[in-house]
Design a protein around this ligand. Structure first.
Ligand code: ATP
Length: 138
């Protein structure tokens, strides 16, 4: 019996992923959720900075994902996200620079809005560095 479901991951910049997969694990704002075929319909926000793990043909792949929504329907799953990258696509120098900019903004404590934005930017940068670092160790 076919245990796969259709997954589409879209960002404003590109179609990040489309295919039939066996399982995904996504970091939502309330924690990680695993989705298998025939999961009950669900719409949930995705974390500011997290991972999207995709199992296809028995193999897991992990990507960085940031913000947006996941819609689980009877006929498949759609993720609309602000950004998604495979580990090998992550520009480490850029993430490092983003981390330093965010830390500087947090030190300056100019206003609440900037502080919240800097916290989110720092989370994205740290998660990108973590995912890229894991990949480089392999
Ligand atoms: P930066 O300040 O470096 O732009 P950011 O966290 O604000 O980082 P996002 O808004 O999350 O960036 O993403 C904007 C676009 O840039 C997306 O297409 C995202 O995939 C890409 N991007 C951001 N940072 C990196 C990175 N370190 N490596 C590869 N692509 C990146």
């Amino acid at each position: 019996m076919d245990k796969t479901f259709h997954l589409e991951v879209l960002t404003p910049y590109r179609k990040f992923y489309e295919g039939d997969v066996e399982e995904i694990i996504v970091t939502t704002t309330t924690g990680q959720i695993g989705i298998l075929k025939d999961h009950i319909p669900l719409t949930t926000p995705i974390a500011q900075a997290g991972t999207l793990q995709i199992k296809k043909d028995g193999q897991w792949k992990e990507a960085f994902i940031s913000g947006g929504f996941m819609e689980v329907r009877r006929d498949g799953v759609t993720i609309l996200s602000s950004a998604a990258e495979w580990p090998e696509e992550i520009d480490i120098a850029r993430a490092q620079a983003a981390k330093e900019r965010a830390e500087e903004k947090l030190r300056q404590k100019r206003n609440k809005q900037e502080y919240i934005a800097a916290e989110a930017a720092l989370k994205r940068a740290l998660m990108r560095l973590k995912i890229a670092g894991k990949y480089q160790e392999m």
